[in-house]
Design a binder for this molecule. Structure first.
Ligand code: SPV
Ligand code: MG
Length: 284
């Protein structure tokens, strides 16, 4: 599948954009089939799919390969989680060249120091000084070749415990530096600090949220407070882990797969996801 709208076109529609996290083409396809408008090529998921921590261990090439494989399979845009941009300004420029050339229409760069660790890990989450991150954003925006490429600037100020004022100051500077949208991440169990951010935000760029730790805050509620994009970053991965664990355990314990057959997708379902008939038609 090659024709897909860019993320910018999707955003121009002015409706809430719901995004599901994935790490491969299969997950991305299932997200599209469920109705999501875009797919988040999650650094956490891509790392987990290799049983490695989300700690700047995999290389840009590996993340790009995963994102590109997703984009090739689906007709909705991939939003690539590109962590810190994989290094300094030079790395950011290279990243934009490579992602854009691969047909990715949106990336999300975060303001943590490289190497970064996943936001939920119990470790330090130091931020790049504000001027250094705005320089990264300006680098990214001037590196893009086409007008369509979309850069989301993500602040980890709340993750770092720096408070809403710091998050607002940073996102405002990120908008000035040319970011197309801002992502404010939080690891609180409720949405209060995100709401406080939204109440203080001047609205000149769309706001993206990732409500992993505050799942009780619905997309409908978030929209009322001015959120434009909601990312369900890792629920697919977590569902997969639990489903595989339960299925393998049952088969092993029972000594037969009979007990799981009614609860797993038939082979014909997998054939459909592989578009097997389309491929076999090429033989005709
Ligand atoms: C990811 O999915 O890789 C993210 C979101 O960056 S989080 O894991 O919540 O930091
Ligand atoms: Mg990530």
């Amino acid at each position: 599948m090659t024709s897909y709208r860019s993320f910018r076109e999707l955003m121009a529609q002015g409706e809430l954009v719901r995004v599901a996290g994935a790490h491969d083409a299969l997950g991305a396809t299932l997200a599209q089939q469920a109705g999501f408008q875009a797919v988040w090529a999650s650094s956490f998921e891509v790392s987990a799919s290799r049983c490695l921590p989300d700690a700047s261990i995999l290389t840009m090439t590996e993340y790009l390969s995963a994102a590109a494989n997703m984009q090739k399979a689906i007709g909705i845009p991939v939003v690539a989680d590109v962590d810190t941009g994989y290094g300094n300004n030079l790395n950011v420029a290279h990243m934009v060249h490579e992602y854009e050339a691969a047909g990715i229409t949106a990336v999300c760069i975060e303001d943590k120091l490289f190497p970064k660790v996943n936001s939920f890990a119990a470790t330090s989450h130091d931020l790049l000084p504000l001027p250094d991150f705005t320089a990264k954003l300006r680098t990214a925006k001037s590196a893009q070749q086409g007008d369509d490429f979309y850069v989301i600037a993500r602040t980890e100020a709340l993750i770092n415990g720096l408070g809403v004022d710091e998050a607002l100051e940073r996102c405002s500077a990120y908008a000035d530096a040319g970011a197309d949208a801002v992502l404010v991440h939080s690891k609180k169990k409720d949405e209060r600090e995100v709401v406080e951010f939204l109440d203080g935000w001047d609205g000149r760029r769309p706001v993206v949220i990732v409500p992993t730790t505050y799942p009780q805050w619905s997309a409908a509620e978030a929209t009322k407070h001015g959120v434009s994009v909601v990312i369900y970053a890792n629920q697919g991965l977590r569902a997969t882990v639990q489903a595989l664990r339960d299925t393998f355990r049952t088969i092993y314990d029972d000594g037969t797969s009979l007990g799981v057959e009614s609860g797993i997708a038939p082979v014909s379902d997998v054939f459909a996801l592989q578009r097997l008939d389309d491929w076999l038609a090429l033989e005709a």
